[in-house]
Design a protein around this ligand. Sequence first.
Ligand code: MN
Length: 722
Amino acid sequence: MSTTIPHRRRFFTPSPEKAIRAVCKGRLAAYLSAEAIEDVYRAFRFAEQGHRGQTRKSGEQYIHHPIEVADTLAELKMDSRTLMAALLHDVIEDTSATKKEILDTFGEDVALLVDGVSKIGQIKFDTKEQAEAENFRKMLMAMSEDVRVMIIKLADRLHNMRTLSSMEPSKQKRISKQTLEIYAPIAERLGLYHWARELQDLCFSYLHPQRHRAITKAIEQRQGNRKLVVEKLKGSLEQTLSSSNLEEFKVKGRQKSVFSIYKKMQKKKRSFDELFDIYGFRIIVKSIDECYRVLGIIHNTYKPIPGRFADYVAIPKANGYQSLHTVVFGPLGDNIEVQIRTQHMDQIAEAGVAAHWIYKSDGSNHDSSNHLARQWLLDLLDPAHQTQNAVEFLEHLKMDLYPDEVYVFTPRGDIKKMPRGSTALDFAYAVHTGVGTHCTGARINKSLVSLPTVLHNGDSVEIITSKNSWPTTSWLNYVVTAKARTQIRNYLKAQTQEDALRLGKRLLAGATKQRLFGRRKIPARVRTALLEEFHLETWSELLIDIGLGKRIPDLVARQIAQLTDDRVEGKVVGQQALVIKGSEGIMVTYSKCCSPVPGDSIVGILTFGHGLAVHVFDCPNLSELRKQPENFLLVDWDEAIDQNFQARLHVKLHHITGAFAEVATAIAANSSNINHVDLHEGSDSVRQIDFVVDVKNRLHLSRIMRAIYRLPSVSKVMRQKG
Ligand code: MN
């Protein structure tokens, strides 16, 4: 990219007065009232006076920058208050004006927006590392009060990136890096895909000018041929659709961004041509019903590629994005990516969260999907967002957005992403294998905890190590991550078979001690029966299994006791699907109090008459039982489980006719059954219902909860444990 010549630029720049008039008469007049436009103009006057005499690096008067920022926001049809704040966004920072003055002149909301944007500007971060912890939280906090703050900040950054060529090269690189790492992802998460793409492309052109040039050139060279193919495909799609009786539809070709092609080349290790020859189309229709009809027509005409269909209409993305996505084999032998959506969905997809503030002619800007965007923001925040009902909050909001991840902090403030259910021990291995191998305990949020402690979003975790500590077989019960499990297994395997045998013997002896009613030896018939049950040849194999952590000593002991003594209640049950690892032959029950489902961290309690009773790790009923640690086992789900579990959901509804049916439909639509319903007496406006539903696992459950929570009549969904 060539550097701009300041003088020439100034020569072509109209006066500020002319520039703002053009914006007002153009974009603003198209959707704002005369009064609203007058307000915007007042904000311009105020800013223009403040910035008078200031110039930008390019040489033009400073006020052109806020005008451009406001104009960019007007492209999204943002409300007039946002545009006013955009015009004023630099006055607190760069002029003598105060927040108080803005408040008195333009009102509280505009003042808060301007103040919020200024605050983000003050946050110092140059790298992802610095931004990650505290500063990032501060920024999210600033935008949580009003997302418009972040939207203005993004428009500000977009204009700065568009005019970055007048900066020195070192500054260009620094700002591009920051933008690519922080602002572009935020734009993406807010659903402002257009901005995100432009920011990425601009950053890419400054960070890797040669690669950017090469890809741009390659695109240009193939453009001619591509245009032809796009036209042909578009024509064939249109023809297919017009033969059905759709009310109205639009087919648009989609252009891939330079940066997205580069990213895919890197990630998928494909050549430019392979990527470039994928064609994207968007079909806009009138109603949701027609979305699915169009999908049916497309799939009937072209062969769909398996596994590439996604229904974001029924299950919108966390930022509110809705669309049907599919990939089909095109008539010319190419893959065609098709997105199908309604006009309203398209508007949201183009403007992201900004769509919620889009000016509506009736003056309202309330949007039913608005709570989705807010929900997302509040969730992002919640390590810092400790309201009184934070726990409830966490349960459904987290599941909604990151159904299978938690984010925790290292003592240095770095963020680590862990699978949900991960323990302090998993974390230790995630930090470094050496840390895992020698860890003895952990501090979570400064208080001492044991290794099996489950991590929660926002926890800061510090691992305590000791040179004299080594993994034991029981550790395998405390971890959920593949890395930790493999490392522990590797360590255990590295011990000799003899070590494992000796350890297995000792562990089993310890476990059988209290269960054999004084008998010292295990009768031969019991050994034979047990080996048969486990499909093992020799007793040593069993002991080695125990020593290597493949079998839980207490469970083996329990089975030995059952086989040895008829007085022990609860016969060995026959072949049943293995749901809890190592529980062959043991009767397993799932506690009604907490209703565990696969994916939950669980513990097993050995009880006479009930076999192994499985509870969730934090079941409130366990506090009593914890006093008998010898019956307390850390158990783990088997990997392949194919059965239904029951989960209890507590749902709060606004008392609206049909609300109950909506919830029931949402449950059924997510391949679940309702087993039981309890209606609580409620006030006139609020109704509380408990549902017992079938689920496969935690993810399935979170999907159901998400679907319920999304219903406008639902104010709260909670899973009940205990
Ligand atoms: Mn600015």
